[in-house]
Design a protein around this ligand. Structure first.
Ligand SMILES: Nc1ncnc2c1ncn2[C@@H]1O[C@H](COP(=O)(O)OP(=O)(O)OP(=O)(O)O)[C@@H](O)[C@H]1O
Ligand SMILES: [Mg+2]
Length: 328
């Protein structure tokens, strides 16, 4: 134990060890120096020697549920992430200072938001100029060039729009409504938008959500989430394939599933597909005109609703995206 204590006193993170009777048996210098833990803590209940209420309630919840827990908190102008591991004999709390990481994340978000915002107007102007030229042009060859240019400008417009949406949702600035929604109707309106795209590739789309199935959330955001999942299910499907959307209750969640009969996603790519700009086969995806932001938007919309998204995929057979949303 003394070797372990010596090691823990030198690391750049905070460690707090609590026994089964809720008494602190060890806390390293990181915690006392930063004012999170009072001096003379040994043998005392943890709630008497911690200086931060958020830490106490995170620990109390983890210990009473007997389940590991992750919390983020502020203390004396620094931000920490606190991970509580609950063992049978010992509870270990690890504090990591994430102030610089958060600062970096904020400046990245602001930079992306500012650049995207500045690009919006010139792209809109370029688009309308090209449209006018296209309409006035009578020579077939020139029209083809202009059509190509217009498509590229449309890609840029979508990229900027997706980046702006993603930045807003990710930062938590965007207010998420919690209205009661009819899921079948929501899926229907997503299908209306993507119907022609599916028809072009002879893909049948099926809304298998029960009549009157209700969920709680933000119509516009959940529309965007489903639009991205169904768009992928069509885009990465085989000619003549099938797309199904279903929903079921699995307390305390509602699970919405989007299934396709497409090419599937190779196992090694699965951990990364929800990251910004990640694509399994960049060359093929580029041909399809995507930006690689779709699933990142899906993930952040699910998170902003207090939910999550998971994927199950079989190469050559298809994929199943499951969105979990709290039912209350
Ligand atoms: N249903 C699916 N079947 C097979 N591969 C998929 C499926 N959904 C996503 N992928 C893979 O994951 C990658 C990331 O998807 P994502 O929706 O984020 O980007 P995208 O579709 O390329 O572009 P965007 O959605 O921004 O237009 C895709 O490029 C594709 O390779
Ligand atoms: Mg996509």
């Amino acid at each position: 134990m003394s070797l372990l204590k010596e090691f823990l006193s030198q690391v750049g993170e905070g460690y707090l060890l609590i026994d089964r009777e809720n008494r602190v048996i060890f806390g390293n210098e990181f915690l006392t120096k930063r004012g999170l833990l009072k001096e003379g803590f040994e043998g005392k209940p943890y709630y008497e020697c911690l200086n931060n209420l958020a830490v106490v309630s995170c620990l109390a919840e983890a210990i009473s549920d007997r389940r590991d827990k992750l919390c983020n908190l502020d203390h004396e102008e620094r931000e920490y992430s606190l991970y509580v591991f609950v063992g049978s004999e010992l509870t270990v709390a690890r504090f990591s200072d994430i102030t610089d990481l958060k600062r970096y994340e904020r400046s990245r978000r602001e930079f992306v938001a500012n650049v995207s915002h500045e690009l919006k107007t010139p792209i809109a102007v370029l688009k309308s100029l090209l449209e006018t030229l296209y309409e006035e042009e009578e020579r077939e060859e020139k029209r083809r060039f202009l059509d190509k240019a217009l498509r590229r400008v449309e890609d840029m417009r979508r990229l900027v729009e997706d980046l702006l949406i993603l930045t807003k949702i990710e930062s938590g600035e965007e207010r998420i409504k919690r209205e009661e929604l009819d899921l079948k109707l929501l899926v229907e309106s997503v299908f209306e938008l993507l119907e022609s795209q599916a028809k072009e590739r002879s893909i049948s789309i099926h809304n298998l959500v029960e009549d009157g199935f209700r969920i709680k959330g933000d119509w516009d955001k959940l529309f965007l989430l489903l639009k991205n999942l169904v768009d992928n299910a069509i885009k990465y499907n085989r000619e003549g394939g099938k797309v199904e959307v279903k929903a079921q209750k699995d307390k305390p969640n509602i699970v919405v599933e989007v299934c396709d009969t497409g090419m599937g996603i190779p196992k090694e790519h699965i951990p990364f597909i929800f990251e910004r700009f990640y694509r399994v086969e960049p060359s093929r995806s580029r041909e399809m005109g995507g930006t690689g932001l779709g699933l990142s938007i899906v993930k952040h919309i699910a998170l902003s609703h207090g939910g999550k998204v998971e994927v199950e995929s079989y190469e050559g057979k298809g994929s199943k995206f499951r969105v979990y949303l709290p039912s209350e």
